[in-house]
Design a protein around this ligand. Structure first.
Ligand SMILES: NC(=O)c1ccc[n+]([C@@H]2O[C@H](COP(=O)([O-])OP(=O)(O)OC[C@H]3O[C@@H](n4cnc5c(N)ncnc54)[C@H](OP(=O)(O)O)[C@@H]3O)[C@@H](O)[C@H]2O)c1
Length: 255
């Protein structure tokens, strides 16, 4: 039976384990003991999940191991572990480059960086990974889609893009707050914005062409969508987004 190990049992691991465990043929999963509460809860919910006694035990029981601890402690955690040449090490730690990872997990030869999304819990992640590896691909295809950027620079751009979620939601909250300030009941405003943009999300997923083409489909020439988009562009919003992403990328690649 396929098996996976996880070092670091936090929010991300919980999401991936939920997704893997709710598939038709769930793999055997070995979790590191921390966080104790999350690990215990996952093992109680899913019969294919076991909590190991230590991080090393996770490595000793599995071949494909996901590293999902916080960046600040990742080097120390890896430094205490003994890897085998046959291990496939799949890191979700944004701050660790392939060169650093390889140095820490030697003699393991197959090392992959990945950016799974929390939507792995409902097998709807789109996981960017690099380099391509059949074991890492099989793992993440079990919890959604996989995209393989051509190099680490491109992978970092995917990582930076994940920094935009809160700002996007903040823009929706701003629209709802503006509606409420103009006489709409706050609950109605929230529900309306959630509905409209949730449906727009479905349209986006089904759309085959470019994002610019989709935007054009939502604009009548001279209409109010065009008016609003032009106002934001003239206020420099696209430039602010680009500069903000540049700063996130610089932070991600300087750690
Ligand atoms: N969350 C996401 O959506 C996401 C997406 C992509 C990548 N990532 C990356 O994935 C990693 C994990 O993120 P997360 O959101 O899951 O963080 P998290 O919820 O803080 O989980 C980290 C886990 O590591 C555990 N831990 C601490 N020290 C440990 C040790 N010595 N050995 C083993 N485990 C230890 C922590 O346990 P305690 O609670 O007991 O300290 C905690 O459960 C990070 O590097 C993050 O950047 C996260």
């Amino acid at each position: 039976m396929q098996s996976y190990g996880f070092v670091g049992t936090g929010e991300l691991t919980a999401a991936i384990v939920e997704g893997l465990s709710s598939s038709g043929n769930p793999p055997q999963i070995h979790l590191s003991p921390r966080n104790h509460r999350i690990a215990r809860d996952l093992a109680a919910r899913f019969p294919n999940v076991r909590v190991a006694g230590s991080n090393q035990e996770v490595l000793d029981r599995t071949t494909t191991v996901v590293i999902a601890v916080r960046p600040q402690i990742a080097r120390d955690v890896l430094g205490e572990l003994t890897f085998r040449p046959g291990h496939v090490v799949v890191s979700a730690v944004a701050a660790l480059t392939l060169a650093e990872l390889r140095a820490h997990v030697s003699p393991a030869e197959r090392v992959v960086r990945s950016i799974p999304l929390p939507t792995a819990s409902r097998r709807a992640s789109c996981t960017a990974l690099h380099p391509d590896d059949p074991a890492a691909r099989a793992l993440f295809e079990s919890v959604g889609e996989v995209v393989v950027p051509r190099d680490e620079t491109a992978l970092a751009a995917f990582s930076a893009a994940t920094a935009t979620f809160a700002a996007h939601l903040d823009q929706l909250a701003t629209i709802a707050a503006w509606m409420a300030a103009h006489g709409v009941r706050p609950d109605d405003a929230n529900a309306y914005v959630a509905h409209v943009f949730g449906e727009l999300g479905h349209t986006l997923r089904r759309h085959d062409g470019t994002l610019d083409e989709l935007a054009a489909k939502h604009m009548t020439p001279g209409g109010i969508n065009e008016q609003f988009r032009t106002a934001l562009r003239e206020a420099g919003v696209p430039d602010h987004i680009g500069h903000g992403l540049d700063d996130v990328l610089a932070r991600l690649t300087s750690q």
